[in-house]
Design a protein around this ligand. Sequence first.
Ligand code: GDP
Ligand code: MG
Length: 372
Amino acid sequence: MSFLGKLRAKLFKSSSKLDDEINTLIDKSETSQDELNDSTSNLNQAVNIFKDKNDLGEETNARENAVVKSDKKKHKSLLKKIIDPVAKLVKKRQIDSVLLESLEDLLIASDLGVNTAMKVSSQLSEKYAGKEIGSDEIKQLLSEVIEEILIPVAKPLTLIEESPQVILIVGVNGGGKTTTIGKLADKYKKMEKSVMIAACDTYRAAAVEQLLIWGERAGVPVVVGEEGADPASLAFDAYSKAVKENIDVLLIDTAGRLQNKTDLMNELGKITRVLKKQNPIIPHNRIIILDATTGQNALNQVDQFSRVCDLTGIIMTKLDGTARGGVLVAIAEKFSLPVHFIGVGEALDDLQPFKAVEFANAITGISDKNKD
Ligand SMILES: Nc1nc2c(ncn2[C@@H]2O[C@H](COP(=O)(O)OP(=O)(O)O)[C@@H](O)[C@H]2O)c(=O)[nH]1
Ligand SMILES: [Mg+2]
């Protein structure tokens, strides 16, 4: 399977829930009679064409048989093309307040946010007033609304001229900070950049161990301190070392859970203050790692972390195998923060640039756009 195809398959797995539920909404109604009549007449026509060709085939001699066989094949596939949509029995349903309300509830439950839900519902009622609508039309419009929200925030994590470029990675425990740092290190290394990692989650020996393993996999040095060392001092030392060694990219890993939230925020504040003393424009990037499986809570996390480290961007992890990536749409609407990458697995190359259209299609279950 192609690279993009693989990504889509992973994302589709995650989004089948919303897709299925939109279908269920429409399935609750009767199939439009006109639609059924059309489908049946198409089907009859196709069957007749096929039968004619089949009869003709029996009358021909052996030499011509081969040609007719291939003809039959063609017609079989033509028949399949006509039958498949018929088999789907396009279900449609009148737009009314009950449908719109159920759809709004569904979109809100999928973490897309109240604004997105309202926008979709008002555009649907405007565009299809008094008409019958099928799940494909709903998904198409939903996808367009989501694209509109996501396109402005889909921005790559650009590497700047100045080096070392300091990238501070923050977020709650277990979100995927350390893993993402490993993936980023590997990516930049492959771009022929010199990379260094600072292990500023100094509270757990296991956290340092984990980072050392990622560093080894990516082939980049990891700066570590004593267990329990001051993370801000370690960040300071790592930056000095990176300057001295002409490093292009310095990735700073941080702790996700301290005794309480105030401690965590104070510590992050201290790391940024200490770095700024050395160079007022670092850390250049302050990126929050959001776990897609946490749903709505991700909104609070962006809010809390932006207060202390003035976030510059987002990476959302664990989009493989979750039905909850919709919260990214609500986050984009509320914070307008750039979304750089998405994590779609635990391996080194499971970090993909964030693509708005692809993401919107995956969430809504539209598969035929953006073919690679
Ligand atoms: N399926 C999946 N798992 C991930 C992804 N990113 C991280 N993880 C897993 O999430 C767990 C926590 O990750 P870790 O990097 O230690 O989180 P941290 O506490 O924020 O540093 C680990 O088991 C990772 O393998 C992802 O994109 N997809
Ligand atoms: Mg970690």
